[in-house]
Design a protein around this ligand. Structure first.
Ligand code: NIG
Ligand code: FE
Length: 415
């Protein structure tokens, strides 16, 4: 079998090429190629353009032609830039309690919430965690998601955080999607740590960071900046040490109260995520920085709170990514396409803005420049839908599933 493949024809190819990283987008900025073909060499896109032209041009070379015999739309497969899919147990009772009127922060104060998942995740074996991640990553492939950021943060001790990061590393080898690990040891101060918030963060910075740097378990560090978590008075030691060791920074910011986005800008974070409570001041501050704003509509739907002000962020000139935040507490749904299309209806986002938010802008939120766009020399990660109109994808609010998904030049799903 040849290593070079020509795939097509696709009725529409949405390349996501030549779009800016920041600011609002009109749908007429989308590059759409009709009757398109994709030429792959191994895991890389070598050419793209009109299918018949490519076929004629490469007629005498040894290429395998993979015919698409139905009307299809192809676009870059999706990047979910913020998840917590390494966890054990369920928080269905929290969900019911919240719907009965108890707030997320009240549940946390009473010792439930994140701490409940920490208890269950600590009890789980590494193998059980691996199994959970692989199961969730496989479900995500069926929705066209090929790159998934996965946070630790339910271990909250040196050994349990290591167990989570090792589980993510092992799961990455068992799924065709690529997992990008992030250390979220500053999720909350664990209830069994005898000392202040600052002492906990110093302990993590001294005992955990050097190990994960040396073992290359992850290159990103995250913190939850919020009441009941961490704040500007104690986070310095954690982010300063993380920066010294060369980690990229990302922040859970402005979810219920402001303060996190300012910290994100101060530390030159790659992204500030959540932002449901951001006001125009925070929106403008983020827009004039290099920090990518990541909306997490799954947490809005899970908690019944405000959406991230995505429209205002884009209008202010910010870069907007959209991620699922899949976690057992605030965002149990784990369906990025459904959430992104719902965000679009409430925030009035164009198709271009939503698709950018889950492709190249989401890739940028992970500092990945090799994907999220169909272009020569980029990764051959793409998703195919059985439809003749790309607007059908968001219109069905997550119910139109891909007919096939390719990752790194391999078809990993075919329906
Ligand atoms: O992004 N807000 C903090 N962390 C997660 C929720 C984690 C949990 O509730 O288990 C989030 O929403
Ligand atoms: Fe989160």
């Amino acid at each position: 079998m040849s290593n070079t493949k020509l795939i097509g024809p696709f009725k529409q190819m949405l390349t996501m090429q030549e779009l800016p990283l920041k600011g609002s987008l009109h749908d007429n900025q989308l590059q759409v190629i009709s009757n398109a073909g994709l030429l792959l060499e191994g895991g890389t896109i070598k050419e793209l353009g009109n299918f018949n032209d490519l076929k004629a041009h490469f007629e005498n070379s040894e290429i395998e032609i993979i015919s698409i015999d139905y009307e299809a739309v192809v676009l870059p497969s999706f990047v979910d830039a913020h998840t917590h899919i390494c966890f054990a147990g369920s928080r269905a009772n929290d969900f019911a309690m919240r719907n009965a009127g108890v707030s997320y922060l009240e549940i946390a104060k009473a010792g439930g919430g994140i701490w409940d998942t920490v208890t269950k995740t600590r009890k789980a074996s590494k193998e059980e965690l691996i199994e959970g991640i692989v199961k969730r990553a496989k479900k995500m492939i069926l929705s066209g998601i090929s790159t998934i950021e996965v946070k630790s943060g339910y271990g909250l001790s040196v050994s349990d955080e290591l167990k989570m990061l090792e589980a993510i590393e092992a799961a990455n080898k068992l799924t065709p999607s690529q997992l990008i690990p992030t250390c979220l040891a500053a999720h909350i101060k664990p209830k069994d740590f005898d000392g202040s918030h600052e002492e906990y963060l110093r302990h993590i910075s001294n005992e955990l960071f050097p190990q994960i740097a040396e073992r290359k378990l992850c290159s990103r560090v995250d913190a939850f900046i919020e009441e009941e978590a961490f704040d500007a008075n104690n986070i310095d030691v954690y982010f300063n040490r993380a920066k010294e060791l060369g980690f990229d920074i990302t922040v859970h910011a402005d979810q219920f109260s402001t303060g996190g986005s300012e910290i994100a800008v101060k530390y030159g974070a790659i992204s500030a995520d959540h932002l449901e409570a951001s006001t125009q001041k925070e929106i403008d501050m983020l827009a004039s920085s290099d920090v990518i704003s990541t909306a997490l509509p799954g947490a809005t739907i899970g908690l019944g709170c405000a959406f991230t002000p995505a429209r205002k962020i884009l209008d202010a000139g910010g870069a907007l990514a959209i991620a699922s935040d899949w976690n057992p507490g605030s965002a149990p749904m784990g369906d990025l396409l459904t959430q992104a299309s719902i965000l679009a209806t409430f925030e009035k986002l164009t198709t271009a803005e939503v698709l950018a938010g889950i492709t190249y802008r989401a890739a940028a939120a992970l500092k990945l420049v090799d994907r999220g766009v169909l272009q020569k020399n980029k990764r051959a990660d793409f998703v195919v839908y059985k439809t003749d109109n790309y607007n059908e994808i968001l219109y069905h609010q997550g119910q139109l599933k891909p007919s096939n998904v390719w990752i790194n030049g391999q078809m990993v799903y075919n329906n």
